[in-house]
Design a binder for this molecule. Sequence first.
Ligand code: FMN
Length: 186
Amino acid sequence: MRVVVAMTGCSGIIYGVRLLETLKQVDGIITYLIISDTAKKILKLETQYSLEDLRKISYAIFSEDDMMAPLASSSFNIDAMVIVPCSLKTLSALAYGLSQNLIVRCADNVLRTRKKLVLVPRETPLSDIHLINMLKLFRRGAIILPAMPAFYHNPRTIADLIDFVVGKILDALNIRLNVYTKWGTI
Ligand SMILES: Cc1cc2nc3c(=O)[nH]c(=O)nc-3n(C[C@H](O)[C@H](O)[C@H](O)COP(=O)(O)O)c2cc1C
């Protein structure tokens, strides 16, 4: 399974890092990372991870302006793409087909070819502009999965809260891993 993970300039960049770490442990999954310029800055601001660390947990890594990358073409066959975290700016660009960078171009390809696209926005509060953009993308087939951790599983650490969101992304990708305690688990 080939999965593109894109990180954009949002608080909560750790969700993307943790997703890459988790997918790295799964046999048969190859991850390609695209990281925006602002995401690189927020990675430094919010975490102890470096780009070098991300290189170790992804098969290949691309910058947002690398429009010559194979991922810019829909002929580069991927199974799914996750934008985590997904800024409202990137979400808007995608809603309007403005493929001005590799992240939006690749996501647009995923929508055009009706592959799986998971968007993990993180912002609050939201305006009608953002809600309408999310509705547009949902109707075009994207899964809108806001970074909203729950509390019914009695999280003890921040890592538990992060893993809840990562677990929801894995559910959306149909990857069965027990990274969070599901309601009614038997
Ligand atoms: C420290 C910091 C935190 C930010 N957090 C968010 C956020 O949580 N959600 C969001 O939509 N934008 C956030 N932004 C604004 C985006 O980074 C900005 O809109 C940027 O242009 C997004 O570009 P990109 O999507 O190409 O990465 C944040 C910016 C900074 C500097």
